[in-house]
Design a protein around this ligand. Structure first.
Ligand SMILES: Nc1ncnc2c1ncn2[C@@H]1O[C@H](COP(=O)(O)OP(=O)(O)OP(=O)(O)O)[C@@H](O)[C@H]1O
Ligand SMILES: [Mg+2]
Length: 382
């Protein structure tokens, strides 16, 4: 059996005649006596082709055609028109008719046009499928390009991080050393000055201020050295789960005061990592300090720890203000800070420590939604 064809005409004779011709040629035929009846049929069962009369009472052919094409685009329509209505035929084609047949028609002519319309329909539907497939491939390709680009960007960021770390290490170690000696002298002379002034002297507050400021510079230098070179480390088996717990305990009061909710998701029985406990603590402390700073009026802090045979995966997530995209690549830079009283060394210290164990760290953030730091540490550091 060939395709099903719906014939819509208000003249019964035409319906009978066309049905007979088409059935003879092996088509399945259904009929309707009005446009409305035809549309009701399509609603139940959309057929590939409709033969539609132009001149019909109640709902005229043009209206029926437009509604069919709008609601059933895969149904093709051939119109019957009366002689002398070629101009109307143009309008019908514009409205989506595939072809038109002038009444009275020759049987063979009608059949040829039907075969032709059905052939075009098959080709066009096939083309649509191909286009959809190509579109899908395109999307997959774009997705893969985006994934690979992101991978490349991450790899590049790591290289840049490593280079910065090395350059920063040389510079700061040298500088700190050079500054510390004169700083020592300043401190010493200020102390002499201080002790040589009697207790009631107004001027005494000046050397006091000098000593305090010198102490502050010394603190910064200490941080700087800490961020740039590995101090003497004592390796021992460290339980990361315990370190998370310790760090949270340390900030308990602040967490409570700010109304921050803490959630931990720690995989059971993590293996011990050979590391310096003090260094590991610094990782968590710095990340938690930063996270809490961004949630002055409450929020949530989520720390998770997972592992496989090779790596630990640590995540520290906050629901704070987030990091603007343009700062995302700078937060690990020494001295990069957006805080009035920050030194911008916290994350440099974290980066230096993570790298020291052959690990990786990166950050993801949606401004307004929060920030997540991802750390990957080898279970057996080199
Ligand atoms: N969790 C976070 N949410 C939003 N911004 C962050 C977060 N952590 C770090 N930052 C941004 O990165 C910058 C650098 O952080 P880093 O810890 O290195 O320095 P700091 O906190 O500014 O100063 P320091 O830690 O030396 O006191 C911060 O100033 C802040 O802008
Ligand atoms: Mg910090």
């Amino acid at each position: 059996m060939k395709e099903k064809i719906l014939v819509v005409d208000d003249e019964k004779v035409i319906l009978q005649l066309t049905s007979m011709i088409l059935r003879n040629k092996g088509f399945e035929v259904v009929t309707a006596e009005s446009g409305r009846e035809g549309l009701d049929f399509l609603e139940k069962e959309p057929v590939p082709l409709v033969l539609l009369d132009y001149m019909m009472p109640v709902m005229d052919g043009m209206t029926a055609l437009k509604e069919i094409k709008e609601r059933f685009p895969a149904t093709y329509v051939i119109m019957f028109t009366g002689k002398g209505s070629e101009e109307i035929a143009v309008e019908l084609m514009k409205a989506g008719a595939s072809d038109y047949v002038l009444k009275p028609f020759k049987n063979q002519d009608l059949l040829d046009r039907i075969e032709n319309a059905l052939l075009i329909r098959r080709i066009e539907l096939h083309n649509q499928e191909l286009r959809a497939e190509i579109e899908k491939w395109n999307q997959e390709l774009e997705q893969r390009v985006a994934e690979k680009s992101a991978e490349l960007e991450r790899a590049q960021m790591e290289i840049v991080q490593a280079e910065k770390l090395a350059a920063f290490g040389h510079l700061s170690a040298g500088m700190a050393h050079e500054i510390r000696n004169p700083l020592n002298s300043i401190s010493l002379f200020a102390q002499i000055l201080h002790s040589s002034l009697s207790a009631d002297e107004d001027l005494r507050e000046y050397p006091e201020k000098i000593i305090k400021e010198v102490d502050r510079i010394d603190g910064i230098l200490r941080n700087l050295l800490n961020a740039s070179k590995r101090p003497h480390v004592e390796l021992q088996g460290v339980d990361l789960a315990k370190e998370v717990e310790n760090a949270l305990e340390l900030f308990e009061a602040q967490i409570h005061r700010q109304g921050v909710e803490v959630e931990t998701d720690i995989a059971p029985n993590p293996p011990l990592i050979q590391a310096d406990a003090h260094e590991v603590a610094q990782i968590f402390n710095n990340l938690i300090v930063n996270a809490l700073y961004e949630m002055p009026h409450g929020g949530s802090l989520r720390i998770s720890l997972r592992y496989d045979e090779q790596f630990f995966f640590i995540e520290v997530r906050d629901s704070g203000r987030g990091i603007p995209k343009e700062n995302l690549y700078r937060v690990f830079d020494p001295f990069f800070t957006t805080k009035e009283r920050g030194t911008g060394l916290g994350l440099s210290v974290v980066l230096r420590i993570v790298k020291g164990y052959g690990g990786k760290i990166n950050v993801a953030s949606n401004p307004g939604e929060g920030t997540t730091f991802h750390i990957q540490l080898p279970i057996f550091p080199l």
